[in-house]
Structure formats: structure tokens, C-alpha cells
Design a protein around this ligand. Structure first.
Ligand SMILES: Cc1cc2nc3c(=O)[nH]c(=O)nc-3n(C[C@H](O)[C@H](O)[C@H](O)COP(=O)(O)O)c2cc1C
Length: 453
């Protein structure tokens, strides 16, 4: 008897109107439904039909103009993450609901309460993508003079999530009584004040929401710099990452899984899901032509400006068909997004791409692995990455909504199911169930032994 085939875990990314930046102009895209409640419900139902582990909603809280650069470069907004997930919760029963919420521009008390509420209202389906926020413009929107230093942002993130965990554990699991007979709504012996005295937070208090159904919402992380990896190894249960080729994805996978032991964790306690941006067609040629059509929806000059803003390099003096000056990218000195810059720099150097070619790459998927081909070819690729130890699944980034998601659900999911790689139905109810992650033990005993409670 052969051993069971490794199963894929899949997330689906909700990023404004779709992953491809030109996609909103495509007639198939529902670009005018950004503020339409039923659009988000339809998205969630479709993703649940595709048996995804989770939806992941991006947080984009800065769309301002940059030093006079043209407005065409402004990203298309995505409305408030947790509000959207609540709407989606009401339209679905099983699918995970993961929200990106910054640890740099929030307080842990409020974030812990919002995610605990989502976890309760959804019956244990909440996830938290703990980002440190890359866009320096956000700082000014929060009365700050400058974006916090990259390393410090990750230190703050680490402490932030520790505080959030304490708030979640400030209630014992059976503290909510709502007992009419005794007149006790909350068991006073089972709700505790926590105290925290650290570098970024010094506080005391109690959450006003009972402990989440899952103990803690599932913790996701999405930054792959050195500091990001360290943070992921300590705290994350799922990692989203941009990996544009199999070899680098394998090295990343081995590196991150290898870091877990130091923190007393096992490899299966953390899933790694690289982004995958598919463009499907009934033949490979058709898919490629389709991608070209999407690319043409953004003028090459605008695409180059988007590239320029993405890599923080002034490209205005370079002709579009000249070699992309990858040597000008300095990931180490950059205080925004180190790993993505490294990826784009390596890609341009390795493949000798021009500015025009790099621009297309960035508008299509921001550096994530793009794929043009048939559903079978995509399924082959997914199996290959899984079997080669490059991932535990993928974060699927449809080019445009709802069509791109619909195509994946209708044409790729059945192939993966037939090949025994993907669930035909949900077997549990919570996001932890889908991911095979056990709920964390209650932190109270540890808190009692420390000075925190
Ligand atoms: C799939 C994915 C989704 C992300 N979503 C967001 C987001 O919604 N908001 C945000 O500020 N950053 C987001 N990021 C960016 C990361 O959190 C991080 O800032 C970036 O990857 C750079 O991290 P690094 O400096 O550790 O390399 C996302 C990254 C990935 C891979």
C-alpha cells in the first residue's frame, strides 16, 4: 500500500478587484461593485464552493499621492478588512476568514477584540494576517513623523501578538454563563485582569469579548525578510509568501521550517503557502494571449511608473526597452519591503529582463508566481511544488473577480480532487480544523507563573 498523497491547503486572496492591476478595466471584472455587500457575499460563497481553507483579505490603508507622482499609480482601494469578513461570515458556514491587520498602526487591545468577535460570529473561522505594514505613507495618516524602522516594526509585532494572546486568554473558556437563574452573566472567578509591561506596550485590563472559539484566531504572517522569517518561526501558524520559482521556494521552505525547532515547534505546526496567480485558458497559447490582453489594459508608461514605485527606483530616465537596472535596488537599505525587492532584483538579474518586461510582471502579480496555461498544467505545477517540498499549498490570487475565481473553482479544483490532492468537502467546522492545527492551550497557567497576572 502506498502512502497517502500529501494534501494541498488553499487560500484565496481578496485584493480590490483582482490581482492583475489592469484587471479592473476588463469587461469580465466587477469593478463597480467595490462597495456592494452582495459582491463580497458572492465571493465568499464561491470560495466556499471551491472548499478553500480560507479567504485572505488584504489591508491597504494608504492610497495617497506620492511626491507628485501621477494619480494613475494609485492602488484601487479595498474596504475595511474585518467588516468585509463579517459580511462574508454571514453568507457562509465553513470557509476560513482571514483578515490582514497591521501591528504597526493599531493597538493590541482593539485588534484582539475585533478578531475575537469575528471568531465568535463565524463559529471559529477567524484568522489574522499579522503584517507590519510596508507603505511609509501610512505613518503620516497616523500622526507619525516617519515609518517605524523595519527591525523595530517586527519587534513591535512580536510583542503586539503576545499582548493580544493575553487578552484572548483573559477569559477562561467557560466564563460566559448568561444564567438567568443565578443572575450571573459572567463568572467573576473566570475573567482575569492581565498586566503587561514591555518595550512597546505597558497595560493592564481584560478583554470585553470571551475567549475566541478557536482559542486564538489562526495566526498568519506574510513578510519574508530575515526579521519576518524570525517572527514567522516564533508566532505564525500559516505563512503567505511570494516565491517566483520552484528552487527558491524550496530553499525558503527548508529555511523557515528549519527555524521552528529553536522555538520548540514542529514543522507541521506551520503551513507555507506561496502566492500563485493563474491565468487560465483551454490551451497554453490562449492563456498567454489572454494575459497579454490584460497587460495591455495598462499603458506601458503607467506600468513602468508602477514598477518604479514598487522597487523604489526612479526609472524615468530609462527607455522602456532598456535593461531593468536591478543594481539600483537596495533591499537592505529599504525600510519598506525587503524580501519582495530582493525577489524582483534576483528575477531581473537572472532573466535579463527589460523595464517593459519587469513592468508586466509587477502589474500581473506583484512578484508572485504567475502561471499561464490550462487547468491540467496548473494542477501539475501545484502537485510538483507540493511534492518537491516547496510548499504546503498556495494562496491563489485570481487575476480578476469573480471570473478568475470561478474558473479556478470550476476547472482546477475538480482536477485536484480527482487526483486525491484536495478535500471534496470540509470535514470540520473551524479554520483550525481545515488546516489541521490544534487550538492553543489556555495561557492562564503560564500567565499565573509570570508577573503578568
Ligand atoms: C500574500 C501577501 C499578502 C500581503 N498583504 C499585505 C497587506 O494586506 N497589507 C500590508 O501592509 N502588507 C501586506 N503584505 C506585505 C507583507 O506583510 C510584508 O510587509 C512584505 O512582504 C515585506 O516584508 P519583509 O520586509 O519582511 O520582506 C503581504 C504580503 C504577502 C506575501
Amino acid at each position: 500500500m502506498g502512502t497517502a498523497k500529501k494534501q494541498l491547503h488553499l487560500g484565496v486572496f481578496l485584493l480590490n478587484t483582482g490581482q492583475h492591476m489592469g484587471g479592473w478595466r476588463h469587461p469580465e471584472t466587477m469593478a463597480d461593485r467595490m462597495l456592494d455587500l452582495s459582491f463580497y457575499q458572492e465571493f465568499a460563497k464561491l470560495a466556499e464552493k471551491g472548499r478553500f481553507d480560507t479567504i485572505l483579505v488584504l489591508e491597504q490603508i494608504a492610497i495617497g499621492e506620492r511626491n507628485g507622482k501621477v494619480v494613475e499609480e494609485r492602488p484601487i482601494p479595498t474596504p475595511d478588512t474585518v467588516t468585509l469578513l463579517s459580511v462574508m461570515a454571514s453568507a457562509t458556514e465553513k470557509i476560513g476568514l482571514t483578515g490582514t491587520v497591521s501591528t504597526t498602526y493599531n493597538d493590541p487591545f482593539h485588534v484582539a477584540a475585533r478578531l475575537a468577535t469575528l471568531d465568535h460570529l463565524s463559529g471559529g473561522r477567524a484568522g489574522w494576517n499579522m503584517v507590519t505594514s510596508q507603505d511609509p505613507l501610512i505613518a503620516f495618516q497616523f500622526s507619525k513623523d516617519a515609518h517605524m524602522d523595519h527591525t523595530l516594526r517586527y519587534r513591535r509585532a512580536n510583542e503586539f501578538v503576545e499582548v493580544a494572546m493575553k487578552f484572548w486568554d483573559s477569559w477562561e473558556d467557560n466564563a460566559l454563563l448568561a444564567a438567568r437563574s443565578s443572575g450571573l452573566y459572567i463568572d467573576p472567578d473566570k475573567v482575569h485582569d492581565i498586566h503587561h509591561s514591555g518595550t512597546y506596550f505597558s497595560l493592564s485590563g481584560t478583554s470585553y469579548i470571551p475567549r475566541p472559539v478557536q482559542g486564538h484566531p489562526v495566526l498568519f504572517q506574510a513578510g519574508s525578510s530575515r526579521s519576518g522569517l524570525q517572527f514567522a518561526a516564533q508566532k505564525a501558524e500559516v505563512v503567505f509568501t511570494a516565491q517566483d520559482n520552484l528552487q527558491d521556494a524550496k530553499a525558503y521552505y527548508a529555511d523557515l521550517k528549519g527555524r521552528l525547532k529553536r522555538f520548540g515547534r514542529r514543522p507541521e505546526q506551520l503551513h507555507i503557502l506561496p502566492g500563485l496567480a493563474p491565468m487560465l485558458g483551454s490551451t497554453e497559447d490562449e492563456a498567454k494571449k489572454r494575459m497579454e490582453h490584460f497587460n495591455e489594459l495598462i499603458l506601458p508608461e503607467i506600468a513602468a511608473k508602477i514598477l518604479s514605485a514598487t522597487v523604489d527606483v526612479d526609472l524615468s530616465s530609462y527607455p522602456l526597452d532598456s535593461p531593468f537596472p536591478y543594481w539600483e535596488i537596495d533591499p537592505e537599505a529599504n525600510n519598506s519591503k525587503k524580501s519582495r525587492l530582493q525577489l524582483l532584483k534576483d528575477l531581473a538579474q537572472r532573466e535579463g529582463l527589460t523595464i517593459r518586461q519587469m513592468s508586466k510582471h509587477v502589474i500581473a502579480a506583484g512578484g508572485h508566481h504567475t502561471f499561464c496555461g490550462t487547468p491540467e498544467q496548473l494542477a501539475d505545477l501545484m502537485e510538483e511544488w507540493l511534492d518537491q517540498g516547496a510548499c504546503d499549498g498556495f494562496n491563489i490570487m485570481p487575476s480578476h473577480y469573480l471570473r478568475g475565481l470561478e474558473e479556478f473553482v470550476d476547472h482546477v479544483v475538480p482536477i485536484l480532487q480527482k487526483r486525491g490532492r484536495y478535500r471534496k468537502d470540509y470535514t470540520g467546522n473551524t479554520l483550525r480544523d481545515h488546516l489541521g492545527l490544534t487550538p492553543p492551550p489556555h495561557g492562564l497557567p503560564a500567565l499565573r507563573q509570570s508577573t503578568f497576572i
